[in-house]
Every structure is written in C-alpha cells, then in structure tokens.
Design a protein around this ligand. Sequence first.
Ligand code: GDP
Ligand code: MG
Length: 199
Amino acid sequence: MKIRTVEYVGTLVDPTAPLPAKLPQVAFAGRSNVGKSSLINTILGRTRSKVARVSATPGKTQALNFYRVNDAFLLVDLPGFGYARVPMEVKGGWKALIEGYMGRPDGPAAVVHLLDVRRDPGPEDIQMLEYLVKLGIPALLILTKVDKFSKSRKIQRVEELVTNLGIDREQIIPFSSKTGEGKELLLAALGDLLDGLHA
Ligand SMILES: Nc1nc2c(ncn2[C@@H]2O[C@H](COP(=O)(O)OP(=O)(O)O)[C@@H](O)[C@H]2O)c(=O)[nH]1
Ligand SMILES: [Mg+2]
C-alpha cells in the first residue's frame, strides 16, 4: 500500500459517540513510550509536519484520534496504557474508553498492537490481546525499537513471543522508526488486511 493522503478527521473522548467518518478502522495500541507516535509518523511518511506527537511526557492523552488515510481507512491512535504516573481514575477511564471503542459494532476492523522489543509483554498487553481474540478482531503485533537489538537477539525475541503468546510468526513484524525496518512489511500487511475486508 502506498500512502497518498493523510487527514485528521476527529477525536473521541466518549467511546459511544458517533465516529468522525464512515470507513473501516485500524486501531494502533500499545503502552506509553512504546514508540507508537514515531511508528505512525514513519508509516505515514511524516517527518516535517507530524501527525502524531512524539511526547516527552507520555500518557496524558486520554482520547482516540482519527486520521483518514487515502480515503480508504481510518487510522485510530489509541491512548497509550500502563503509564505508572496516571491516577487510578484516569486509568479506569482509559480502560472504559478503549474497551468501549473496541467492542462497538462499528469499531475497529483490525488492531496493530505494539510491543517494545526489550520488554516482556505487561498485563495490559496480555489483556488487550485476549480481548481481541474474544471479539474476533485480527491483530498484527509490531516489535518496536528493534534497532536496539542484534539480529540474533531479535530472532530469539520473536521466537519467545510466538511461544509465550501463542501467536503466528506471520503476525509479528519487527520494526524501527530509526532505521525504517519493517515499514514496507507493515504497509503491505495493512493493504492485505483492507483488501480482505472488501473481498
Ligand atoms: N531507538 C529507537 N527509539 C525509538 C523508536 N521509536 C521511538 N523511539 C523513542 O522512544 C520514545 C517514545 O516514542 P513515542 O513515539 O513518543 O512513543 P509513544 O509514547 O508510544 O507514542 C522517544 O524517545 C522516541 O525517540 C525506535 O524505533 N528506535
Ligand atoms: Mg504517543
């Protein structure tokens, strides 16, 4: 898939509110600081005018941000989770927001879930992946910041995740917004996903 156009179309803070546009949605999820904003800007080809803000103080945005890509789908930037410094109240709101959105009938057609290559999946990662299985929403797993790992450690990490999470190797894409590794693979996977929806 080639990215031709990207346009911000709206923000939801209430997961039951009407969606800002009627197109299939692909939601991007992961804990705070996993590299989600960097990945979104990388795949959308944004360097000068960034779509997603790479934050120095992560975890504050409790909202769903929608971007229309190629008039073909909506990229949904979910709030990052697992940030220790947000109060319980905010954490609860986060869960209601994400689960409310994921569970709605006109919710995401697929989810791209990000994991930092250096970290073990946390409870929120596991919960999210289990929730997706329960809802029958297909997921792609992105291993971020793989530039920090040697090739052999990277391969070892993929094997560990296949074993521990019970997911297919084809569902995992090693990625780096520093080197661009995985960018074309992810775009191709998104293209296949969207083609599959129209078939
Ligand atoms: N080495 C490396 N650092 C990254 C990569 N992607 C993001 N980062 C850094 O990780 C931090 C969090 O990135 P950000 O995109 O804001 O993460 P978000 O909180 O998930 O949106 C920033 O300091 C980024 O520069 C990557 O691919 N490689
Ligand atoms: Mg971010």
